[in-house]
Ligand binder design. Structure first.
Ligand SMILES: [Ca+2]
Ligand SMILES: [Ca+2]
Length: 483
């Protein structure tokens, strides 16, 4: 109102606001210690009051001052007191009259997050009978008072506004009125946080028995807290993709590198310094087992029915051997019961599930058994006789085997100067299919009848070639003499 403002000259009269936080905070919050000192009751010391949140309010309305309720914990109640004084200003007629009663009303204008309850406990200020004769800046002894009560319901920084109006008899008649606002500011923090964050590390091994067969091995981390997880740290592994720090739910990826067994620890903290952690063992084995086959060596050749004992082993430096197996158990006889070529394959698996295999090939063959009597090494034979060359194909124990399809070829070269070969001078033609060659099925014996009539004296070498799998024989030296 223009007329009101013209009528007022707020430079000479002021209300003095003093806030006395005489209240208490429940549940052990002691942040208002300073404001709670002194002046909760009894006679007033104006100077002390002025050192608090209250300032002398001057100037035209609205007047604002800050009543700082400080830091409030959620769920707790804080109380304060607002006191208003009159400050004497020598500004002509615009001052309250001697002995005037000034009436003060308080009204919370807005509130968030919860209502600020303002209760007027003393609604009037009685000025002394000689008020207009007081010196400039004299503060009234009497004051108006209202209590302020707040119950914090949410976290954050807030302020309320309390409006007040004061009115009373003016010096020289009429009425002086005055209004203004007081901001009530406070910060609400969470209730005391003693609950540590919870951390869960989850690894899902891709191998067997809890082992990873890949490197690096990665898992997930989830950290939760009733208020907020403010930090996440790891030992034994590397965190990445951390999301949600500063919230109640934080996730991350954790990876571990290197063969062997690792211990991984992830620790989460909250703002109150509480710590929570989880620890997991991570086992990595990416290397397959090593296989050694000593018997049979690769390419080995054994005689039919020859006793041969398997000798093989497997080793693994990581998770260890879970399985090592071959055609027969280690130490048992390998198969030599039929002529042929065989694979001896050993497979191995480690505990983590890595596998390897190694194959040796061996063959089982017959033995050329001969020449049979009458041939004998070093013996001399008379030219002109009929010389029977006999041989068999046998197993390891010289037991003759059926060899009807051996298709042997007999070749004889000579004569050489006895006893040592000195290079052939005559080569007799090969006698394959010659009428002198026959197979005795009953005896499982081959016989070649060599007609020596007309041959020269000397040594001759007999070689017998056979088709696979029958072995060749020779050379067998025969010394032909004239008599
Ligand atoms: Ca916490
Ligand atoms: Ca391994």
């Amino acid at each position: 109102m223009g007329s009101t403002r013209k009528y007022w000259k707020w430079g000479w009269v002021a209300l003095v606001l003093s806030a006395v936080l005489a209240g208490s905070i429940l549940a052990g919050c002691g942040l208002l210690t300073k404001q709670m000192t002194g002046n909760t009751s009894g006679s007033l010391n104006p100077l002390d009051e002025l050192q608090g949140d209250g300032d002398i309010l001057t100037g035209p309305p609205p007047l604002e001052d800050t009543l700082n309720l400080g830091t409030v914990t959620v769920g707790n109640t804080v109380k304060g007191t607002i006191r208003l004084y009159i400050l004497r200003k020598q500004q002509g007629q615009n001052t309250f009259a001697d002995g005037a009663t000034v009436t003060v009303a308080f009204d919370p204008k807005q509130g968030s997050p919860g209502p600020l309850v303002v209760t007027v406990t003393k609604g009037t200020i009685s000025l002394p009978p000689n008020w207009t004769k007081q010196d400039n800046d004299t503060l009234s002894v009497d004051y108006a008072e209202a209590s302020v009560q707040l119950t914090a319901t949410a976290v954050g920084s807030f302020n309320h506004v309390v409006h007040f109006d004061a009115s009373g008899d003016k010096s020289g008649g009429d009425t002086l009125t005055r209004g203004g606002n007081i901001n009530v500011r406070y910060t609400v923090i969470p209730a005391s946080d003693t609950e540590p964050p919870r951390v869960t590390i989850t690894f899902t091994p891709d191998g067997k028995n809890g082992w990873f067969v890949t490197d690096p091995a990665c898992g997930t981390v989830v950290a939760t807290d009733n208020v907020a997880v403010t930090s996440l740290e790891a030992t034994g592994g590397e965190l990445s993709n951390i999301q949600g720090l500063g919230t109640t739910h934080v996730t991350a990826t954790i990876c571990v590198t290197g063969e062997g067994t690792h211990t991984v620890t992830v620790t989460a903290k909250d703002a109150a310094g509480n710590e929570g952690s989880d620890e997991e063992e991570v086992k990595i084995d990416t290397i397959p087992p090593t296989i050694t086959i000593t018997t049979p060596p690769n390419g080995a050749e054994y005689i039919l029915n020859e006793p041969v004992y398997a000798d093989y082993s497997c080793s693994d430096d990581g998770s260890g051997i879970a399985d090592c197996s071959g055609p027969v158990a280690n130490g048992d006889p390998i198969y030599t019961s039929a002529v042929g070529t065989y694979n001896f394959r050993v497979t191995a698996e480690d505990v983590a599930g890595n596998t390897s295999k190694l194959t040796h090939t061996y063959s089982v063959v017959l033995k050329f058994y001969g020449l049979l009597p009458p041939y004998a090494t070093g013996r001399k034979y008379k030219i002109g006789s009929t010389f029977p060359i006999k041989w068999q194909y046998t197993d390891y124990y010289n037991v003759p085997q059926d060899s009807a399809d051996a298709k042997p070829t007999v070749s004889i070269q000579g004569p050489y100067t006895c006893p040592a070969p000195s290079g052939g001078t005559t080569s007799l033609p090969a006698t394959s299919g010659a009428s002198g060659l026959r197979y005795d099925a009953a005896a499982k014996m081959w016989i070649y009848t060599w007609q020596t009539k007309g041959l020269k004296q000397g040594c001759y070498d007999i070689n017998i070639d056979s088709v696979d799998p029958y072995p060749d024989g020779g050379p067998f030296r025969v010394n032909l003499v004239t008599r």
